[in-house]
Design a protein around this ligand. Sequence first.
Ligand SMILES: *[C@@H]1O[C@H](CO)[C@@H](O)[C@H](O)[C@H]1NC(C)=O
Length: 309
Amino acid sequence: MRNILAKTTSTAFALALSLQSTGVLAELDKPIMDPAVPFDQMDTNLYNHLKSTPSTYEAWEYGYLPARCHDVAESWENKSPYDMEVYNVLYEDCDTPWVICRHKDSPMSIEKMIDNFGRLPVRLRNLVRVQLAFPARSEGQLLAYAFSDLGDIVFTGDMYPYIRFWFHEIGHIRDANVNASAGDYSASDAWLTEYDKDEYICDAYAKTNNAENFAQEVVVAGYDKIVPGGIAGLVPNYEDIYNQFVNVQEVMGDELCPGGTCDRLFEDDHIVCMGPDAGCVTERDHIAARDVRLASRGEEQPHICDFGL
Ligand SMILES: *[C@@H]1O[C@H](CO)[C@@H](O)[C@H](O)[C@H]1NC(C)=O
């Protein structure tokens, strides 16, 4: 497999900067460990040690979808909400379904999304509300983003072979919800103290800022728990980032371990009509409701991660 050319687009960085003080999201100045954590070698081992969870799924009736799916289709991905397929997915280890919204032209099938998500430990799935899949924004680009305050994850392009990106995005959700009222954990003294104990960071992507470094460390921490031999079996100089991934393991506890059952962090999103052409709302009411919704989310910006390979 090719190396990841990890980078954050300047647009994404600009969006991120509007959210928080520049100090919080500045590029990190610690050196990258050598060798860096070979993230591109993780997926095969993760798939081998994360069994898929048996599931059933059912499509929603045409015309309705979670508000997030409507608004991301229209405002973030420039797609028609009428082209979204919505599914309830019921895994055998949880009696509440998860909702997945898939654009009809997404290269990722609903079955593959269900398979990937179902391989994650159920206590990690607990942090997720809605998942969305769209076509790649441009040929070969893989971009994912998380509305971390409410547990919604958007995938553009075919993310199926890269289960590590699921860990990464859920890492952003955990970061925002260790103590939601205190802001991102990755900006807290608790995290920065552990970060400062290490001489290095895990890879070039982690260098982007504290939030991306934390999300990468969630991938490391999960890999370490799940794959026999742990992170030491993947990278000999793992002690260079020891305090960071061990702190993630302490903060996340058994969320990184298979087993257990569900206890969801978020309530379901509310449901809206696709639009007047779906026959469930008038044009006027649809636009009025959407504008109220968007205004109430004025400052909301996701963490955008460009995983261009
Ligand atoms: C969460 O953060 C708020 C605001 O900083 C603080 O007052 C509160 O004590 C924190 N809660 C916990 C459980 O640490």
